[in-house]
Write a protein that binds this ligand. Structure first.
Ligand SMILES: NC(=O)c1ccc[n+]([C@@H]2O[C@H](COP(=O)([O-])OP(=O)(O)OC[C@H]3O[C@@H](n4cnc5c(N)ncnc54)[C@H](OP(=O)(O)O)[C@@H]3O)[C@@H](O)[C@H]2O)c1
Length: 337
């Protein structure tokens, strides 16, 4: 797979990034148990096919995702680009910033992280600035090669830019059900040469067409703002969602898939990469077969009529959810600003 150099760093990434949230999972964790053997096979399959980019976070399975990825990379570490995400540190935690990053390096069995992102911003601008400064200082110390952000909207990006913080990448929710970044965030990233890593391209499998009805979708995958929170104790956004518009999209995707002969999972992922500014899609893959299908998707160029049919099918949902940048918290509770 051909890799692309990020505009603001000497780092080349593949259009498919392997999402490692499930790595190191045990029974009862969000994605359930994931054996080290399965992770080893996925990582080897990815590297053998030029898929060099892996996305993890301190918070994924309490550090076990990082450990599992480090274990699977082993001697092939230098072939990979590791994107890691550090949680926003409180004022009390900030003095331990360097130690927190060194602990992460140990979990990953490496001496440098390629791209370290702040996982979520805060609306407390002083604390945000202090975290951005701390991240820059660990970069200056050589613990990370390049720095970026995740879930940063226009205001938080402005704070970073005003400080001269070099945002190389912004990792954001972006898929056919989640298009709110298109109005403001995506243009800002484009204008400033900030790469976009689009996470949840398949909306946790919902866009692959594998669920016959909304009721078949596991409740934890229906926690997001598109679904009615009154029907789901796992949801915390408190809104009524846009389920009618979700059904319009899913029905249209079925028809577009039938008439074009292109599987729905490929429609979903290839549509994202057709948008300007997207550097990579970050997809969770639970099996080598899913990884192969997602790899095929990032290399598929959809015909113009298929792209515009997908745009039209997702337009009602886009209009209903416009301005909702946070997938799990709505209105004034949104963490993205
Ligand atoms: N920065 C952030 O705040 C943030 C937030 C969320 C996620 N992320 C990152 O984004 C990554 C991806 O997000 P995600 O895993 O939540 O969502 P996703 O990539 O949209 O969905 C992944 C899930 O869909 C199913 N799947 C994958 N490929 C498939 C295929 N070809 N056909 C059918 N089903 C398929 C698998 O689950 P089943 O087989 O169990 O159905 C898989 O676990 C995460 O791993 C993480 O690295 C970042």
């Amino acid at each position: 797979m051909e890799q692309t150099k990020l505009a603001l760093a000497d780092i080349s990434i593949s259009p498919l990034t392997i999402g490692c949230w499930s790595f190191g999972g045990e029974d009862g964790s969000y994605w359930g148990a994931q054996s080290q053997q399965a992770v080893n096979e996925l990582v080897a399959e990815a590297l053998d096919n030029g898929i060099n980019t892996f996305d993890t976070a301190f918070g994924y399975n309490d550090g076990r995702s990082e450990q599992s990825l480090g274990e699977a990379l082993g001697r092939r570490r230098r072939e990979a680009v590791i994107i890691n995400k550090i949680p926003l540190q409180t004022a009390e935690q900030l003095p331990g910033y360097r130690q927190a990053v060194e602990d992460s390096l140990k979990r990953l069995k490496t001496d440098q992280i390629d791209l370290m992102l702040i996982h979520w911003p805060t609306r407390d601008q002083d604390l945000l600035r202090a975290n951005l400064e701390a991240l820059q200082s660990v970069q200056a110390n050589g613990l990370v090669r390049a720095v970026g952000v995740s879930n940063f909207g226009p205001g938080a990006l402005r704070v970073a830019r005003e400080m001269g913080f070099p945002v190389v990448l912004n990792e954001l929710a972006y898929n056919l059900m989640t298009r709110a970044i298109e109005s403001e965030v995506l243009p800002i990233c484009l204008e400033n040469q900030i790469g976009i890593a689009a996470y949840m391209p398949l909306m946790q499998g919902i866009l692959t067409g594998k669920y016959e009805s909304l009721a078949d979708i596991p409740p934890q995958r229906r926690r997001s703002i598109q679904f009615d929170s009154r029907l789901n104790p796992d949801a915390r956004h408190g809104g009524t969602g846009a389920e009618a518009e979700v059904l319009v999209l899913l029905d249209a995707m079925r028809q577009i898939s039938d008439s074009s002969g292109i599987p729905q999972s490929i429609l979903a992922t290839a549509w994202i990469l057709a948008k300007p500014g997207v550097s990579t899609v970050v997809a969770g893959c639970r099996s080598v077969n899913q990884l192969r299908e997602n790899a095929r998707a990032v290399e598929t160029r959809l015909p113009a009529d298929v792209l515009s049919a997908l745009d039209r099918a997702s337009q009602p949902l886009l209009e209903k959810m416009d301005g909702e940048l946070d997938l799990w918290q709505s209105g004034s509770a949104s963490r993205i600003w």
